[in-house]
Design a binder for this molecule. Structure first.
Ligand code: FES
Length: 208
């Protein structure tokens, strides 16, 4: 893995909703083809893809370019945690359903486990680690502390990233919009009240 300083950008954008739509379309297409049984040609393509070798890619993470070697199946989450040692995004399950692996890609809160590393080329990736600058932390982080918006803390980095991405696009959001906007993240400890008060305070609409 090597690190360079010139960020690269471009490519199409995607989000968690796009992933779910795409998954549904793929399942539907597979089900329609030959009653769910792969044809010989489909099996050959799948096998060819399965043995495709490692590929070098450059990913722009937190303002820096990193060159890593990945397999086609490698998720962005795996690269962040195990190649770049950015462990703020959590690895709870193969495919995230709780948002603990949330990162910000081209400004959108995104489950890192649902994005292949190859898909993340040319995008601007931000992890929760980007929300500190030396001894200074982002206002979302300090507001979470102020409102005691955590218990075990497992979901917290994902919620902080999701809150930052949401407020960047919706600085004047209402309570209902905040609740809907952060609906892709789950807290098993039930700290929603503190998280909501934090976000509301940052919109200037309350939370004290
Ligand atoms: Fe424990 Fe959210 S603080 S899961």
């Amino acid at each position: 893995m090597s690190k360079r300083s010139t960020p690269s950008r471009g490519g199409t954008s995607f989000n968690r909703r796009d992933f779910l739509k795409g998954s549904g379309a793929t399942v539907a297409a597979s089900a329609m083809a030959a009653g769910g049984v792969p044809t010989t040609a489909e099996a050959a393509i799948a096998q060819k893809q399965a043995v495709a070798g490692p590929t070098k890619v450059t990913l722009n993470v937190n303002g820096e370019d990193y060159e890593v070697t990945v397999e086609p199946r490698t998720s962005l989450l795996d690269v962040l945690r195990y190649d770049l040692n950015l462990t703020g995004c959590k690895d709870l399950e193969d495919v995230s359903v709780d948002g603990a692996d949330t990162v910000i890609i081209d400004g959108k809160a995104t489950y890192a486990s649902t994005v292949l590393a190859l898909q993340a080329r040319g995008k601007e990736i931000r992890t929760v680690e980007s929300l500190r600058d030396g001894g200074q932390v982002d206002e979302v982080v300090s507001c979470f502390v102020k409102h005691d918006a955590m218990q075990c803390g497992y979901c917290t980095p994902g919620f902080v990233a999701a809150t930052r991405a949401f407020l960047d696009k919706n600085p004047d959001a209402s309570l209902e919009e905040i609740q809907q906007g952060l609906g892709g993240n789950i807290c098993r400890c039930g700290t929603y009240d503190g998280i909501t008060r934090c976000a509301l305070e940052l919109t200037g609409k309350g939370g004290a």
